[in-house]
Design a protein around this ligand. Structure first.
Ligand code: 26W
Length: 846
């Protein structure tokens, strides 16, 4: 009977339409007469989701039946953006008649129903459950794991509020809550039948243990507060495969347990309030990027999520009836930074306390299971938890950490006898500060079998700086590099359909195989100097620039910021990323000010504007990005950008040859419009501070050139695209320490270019008080070395002007060659490296 009534996927436009109408009339309980764009979005998504769920079920059954090793990607952030268009693109399976891709057929079907696909797609709110690079990397990875047919799940938290929405009021950032679940989310499947109890606080009861008071053998943790974890599943479709993976996100709920004490004391109101506190655990994403705050609720989030995920993983493992020794052959767990490090401790607790395994046997299983990815060397971003706070929330876990540390230090001592200095340097417990702190990165290293950085330079740096002692202890083979990547489905096909089409047409690949096999792009190289092809290439760029001009006009409420008449010879210079001093948006805006002053100077000397334009050709400098709400300096940088924008954009004398634009509320869906429009993008961090960067890869994949420092993945981008095709400048990482020392002990006058700029900023030309920003350079050691790199930055910018405006053919050639050689940065390559080098898993073929 089950077979007879089996559900079927819609295959063509006609079947899609009947699904759509069914969802409008039953799921949404509306009629075609009151079906607006939002309802159309909901009905389309429900229909597409039905198809996904059918494949999802099959994939999960297959993964279970094959009993192969599974990968679990633990990330506190998944910056997914929108799901619908991605699902449409990924539904393309290669069986379509040539030239008519599935997405195009759905588009036609929606058209017939009286809607426009573009407007329907715009209805979807971004799933903005991440801050920046780390969260977006996790999103690209689950796309590639599904596409590569890996049996892999993501585990995260279902925050009710994602990263705040940014408003700009009088030039300042103002944060407003992102209640993204306002309308029901068609992409999630609530699994309320699964309820995992999670405990906090309480005490350890060792009265029943055989060996008296040893913390090493099974101990009983009596929790003092209990909440329930309920999973919400999001299907993750692969491209050109029927494989659909799962992203499981936990939500906190109160228990329905009855609190006798409260009841007896008649304290009903209090017991309800206590229950409500449970929900607060998954209420909001912490908006800090590269800065750790040490808040108890954050630690609670981390434990809630690790405990729920491990419970799930262990339950699934136990169903397979393998022995515990088999666990690392069946399960690989990747830690996305140190945020999930508690999972290491929780697995050890499960094995020792609940499953009664011997400590060492358990620890062997644990370390073979976990691997840790480091994403930052910035001191203020490295997680540490005060022992007091930690032990109060998780008393048994603190004991286990002490025991892990004890055995680790014993091992170190046996390898390096009497090196007391070394022991205190590598101890998981830091004793130096007033209060003892748990160093989560050290715990992650000790509990993992592999540690990786995210770009070559960064992976070398962690070995020689923050983790150097661990290289000495474990040898270099524990440390490896996996250079980051991005998914070409979203960042080429979805964001830039015109370019994807031109590429497909040119290399004779109508079914977009290049999105799976990016080495095919190298065929573009032979057209790099072809005049005809260059024209088409340039036309796509102009189209995307107009598309961005429309977005900017909308955001500036109709103000015509970008002059469309000149768009063809206006260079779009873009820097979009989190605002951070180390990323040096301040250097970029100082560069804009310098350019403005130079233009004004020529004008004041009586040089006619058309002559000025020859020296300073048309340029729009575009900024976007959020600052952490409590990061004063970053917020000041945002204010300066907006104040400069105000002055420059309204100065009629300069005749629009320079514009400065700040795009509010930068997010994934805006990135999809912004990135394809760039001629030039800025990746100008102080050398040695940006672990990798991933937007650099996105810009190159869309035919933009880079101005950048020798930092993060810029190094490998240079190797891949060739040094003629990137504008590098500035000091090298190896010189940073020395330069900082010089600032401290032998300060020199600032370079005249920067001096000019700072004086104008100090004079009050731009609205706001920027003294702290200026002082950080003049008087506080210029930690990010703006003064050391400013001159070469300005010079390199003028080189950019020359190529773009005097030798457009050369520019286009660079752009085409860059795309031809960008294939290495596909996250498919990256996931394959993780699978081969770290997880030891194979794809599951159908
Ligand atoms: C504890 C507070 C906190 C929150 C987030 C500390 C650190 C983070 C992240 C690790 C910061 C982050 O997103 N790092 C970025 O990771 C990207 C993906 O690997 C890299 O491309 C970026 O260079 C790196 O800054």
């Amino acid at each position: 009977i089950w077979k007879k009534h089996g559900v079927k996927k819609f295959e063509d436009a006609d079947e899609f339409q009947s699904k759509f109408i069914q969802h409008v009339e039953t799921t949404l309980a509306r009629s075609l007469y009151n079906c607006d764009d939002l309802a159309a979005y909901q009905a389309t998504s429900q229909s597409v989701r039905d198809n996904l769920v059918i494949d999802w079920n099959k994939s999960q059954q297959r993964q279970t039946a094959r009993d192969s090793k599974r990968v679990y990607y633990l990330s506190l952030e998944f910056l997914m953006g929108r799901a619908l268009d991605n699902a449409l693109i990924n539904s393309q399976d290669g069986t379509e008649e040539p030239g008519v891709q599935k997405r195009e057929r759905i588009k036609g079907a929606i058209d017939q129903l009286g809607f426009k696909l573009e407007d329907v797609l715009e209805q979807e709110p971004d799933a903005a459950l991440g801050n920046g690079g780390l969260g977006r990397l996790a999103a690209c990875f689950i796309d590639s794991m599904a596409t590569g047919d890996y049996p892999a799940w993501g585990y995260g938290l279902r925050y009710q509020y994602g990263i705040f929405a940014q408003k700009i009021i009088e030039g300042y950032q103002v944060e407003t809550p992102d209640y993204w679940l306002n309308f029901t989310n068609p992409w999630e499947i609530e699994r309320s039948e699964i309820q995992v109890p999670i405990n906090f606080y309480g005490y350890v009861d060792r009265s029943g243990s055989e060996s008296g008071d040893s913390t090493l053998s099974a101990s009983k943790w009596i929790g003092g507060e209990r909440v329930i974890a309920v999973p919400y599943d999001m299907p993750i479709p692969g491209f050109k495969t029927e494989n659909v993976n799962n992203l499981r996100m936990w939500s906190a709920r109160p228990t329905t347990e009855f609190d006798f004490a409260k009841f007896n004391s008649g304290d009903y109101k209090n017991s309800v309030e206590q229950q409500q506190r449970a929900e607060s655990i998954t209420a909001v994403l912490y908006p800090n990027d590269n800065f750790q705050e040490g808040k108890e609720l954050r630690l609670k989030q981390q434990y809630f999520w690790c405990a729920a995920s491990l419970h799930d993983i262990v339950r699934r493992f136990k169903k397979s009836k393998h022995s515990w020794e088999e666990f690392p052959n069946q399960v690989a767990i990747q830690l996305n930074d140190t945020h999930p490090t508690l999972a290491i401790v929780e697995l050890q607790r499960i094995l020792v306390d609940l499953e009664h395994l011997d400590w060492h046997k358990a620890w062997d299983i644990v370390t073979k299971t976990f691997a840790y990815t480091n994403h930052t060397v910035m001191q203020e971003a490295l997680e540490k938890w005060p022992v007091g706070l930690f032990g109060h929330l998780l008393p048994r876990h603190l004991e286990i950490i002490y025991d892990i540390n004890w055995f680790f230090l014993k091992f170190v001592e046996s390898k390096f006898p009497r090196d007391v200095d070394l022991l205190s340097k590598v101890s998981i417990i830091e004793e130096a500060s007033q209060e003892r702190q748990i160093r989560m990165a050290f715990l992650a290293i000790v509990g993992s079998h592999k540690v990786n950085g995210v770009a070559e330079l960064h992976s070398e740096l962690i070995k020689t700086t923050i983790f150097q002692d661990f290289v000495k202890i474990y040898g270099p083979s524990k440390f490896t590099n996996v250079t980051n990547g991005i998914t070409p489905r979203r960042w080429l096909k979805q964001a830039n359909p015109k370019l994807a089409k031109l590429i497909g047409d040119t290399i004779n690949d109508p079914q977009d195989d290049f999105l799976l096999n990016m080495s095919k792009l190298t065929e573009l190289a032979k057209y790099a100097e072809d005049a005809d092809f260059q024209t088409k290439w340039n036309d796509v760029k102009q189209f995307n620039k107009l598309r961005l001009a429309d977005l900017i006009e909308k955001l500036y409420e109709g103000e015509d910021v970008i002059n469309r008449d000149h768009i063809r010879n206006t260079l779009f210079d873009i820097q979009v990323k989190r605002i951070h001093e180390y990323k040096r948006q301040q250097m970029n805006i100082f560069g804009c000010i310098y350019r403005y002053l130079s233009i004004k100077k020529l004008l004041s000397e009586g040089v006619p504007i058309n002559e000025v334009e020859k020296k300073y050709p048309r340029r729009v400098s575009i900024f976007g990005g959020k600052s952490a709400p409590g990061y004063y300096m970053a917020k000041l940088i945002i204010k300066l950008i907006n104040s400069v924008s105000d002055v420059v954009n309204h100065d009629e004398e300069i005749n629009n040859i320079l514009k400065v634009v700040f795009i509010p509320d930068y997010n994934v869906s805006k990135a999809e419009t912004i990135i394809p429009a760039s001629d030039l993008s800025e990746h100008i961090s102080t050398a040695g501070t940006e672990a990798s960067g991933t937007s650099n890869m996105k810009f190159v994949m869309n035919g933009g050139l880079i101005i950048g420092t020798v930092d993060g993945a810029n190094v490998e981008i240079t190797r891949e695209v060739g040094e003629d095709n990137i504008f590098l400048f500035g000091n090298l990482a190896e010189n940073v320490d020395e330069l900082r020392y010089q600032h401290q002990y032998h300060p020199k006058p600032l370079p005249e270019e920067l001096e000019q700029v700072l004086q104008v900023v100090e004079s009050g030309t731009f609205d706001g008080d920027f003294k702290p920003l200026v002082d950080s350079i003049r008087h506080h050691g210029d930690y990010y070395l703006v003064s050391d790199d400013f001159k070469s930055y300005v010079q390199t910018q003028s080189l950019v002007d020359d190529v773009y405006h005097k030798n457009k053919k050369e520019w286009l050639k660079k752009s085409i060659l860059s795309v031809a050689n960008v294939g290495f940065f596909s996250s498919d390559r990256c996931i394959q490296e993780y699978a081969d080098e770290i997880w030891n898993v194979e794809p599951l073929n159908n």
